[in-house]
Design a protein around this ligand. Structure first.
Ligand SMILES: [Zn+2]
Length: 110
């Protein structure tokens, strides 16, 4: 019976380089696929009007939140941690009966 000779350090290093290259190639491919899927999902949600986009006032990052049941907006910027104010007044929330009408806020005509 013949035994395989032990590989030299140089052979082990060469094999390791090959494996590293293969793994890097595979990871690159996976990242490319993930990116494609993310783009597809985003485009589909945008088409259905199911994406809320807002810009972070601190870092100017664009925060996209899917408007889907079970997915809560955690309320802070994922890039810099800026905490958005939940009590922010929207136009719909604004009480015009006590604060005047919208036309009161229109710029004056000359
Ligand atoms: Zn931010």
């Amino acid at each position: 019976m013949s035994r395989k000779p032990k590989p030299t350090i140089r052979q082990i290093e060469a094999r390791l380089d090959e494996m590293t290259q293969s793994v890097n190639q595979y990871i690159g491919m996976l990242i490319g696929e993930l990116d494609k899927h993310n783009t597809l999902i985003l485009k589909m949600l945008q088409r259905e009007g199911l994406i809320d986009e807002k810009e972070c006032p601190k870092c100017e990052g664009i925060i996209r939140t899917p408007l889907l049941d079970g997915l809560e907006d955690n309320g802070d910027c994922p890039y810099c941690g800026y905490v958005f104010d939940d009590e922010q007044t929207t136009l719909e929330d604004y009480d015009f009966s006590t604060n005047g009408t919208l036309s009161d806020y229109a710029p004056e005509e000359e």
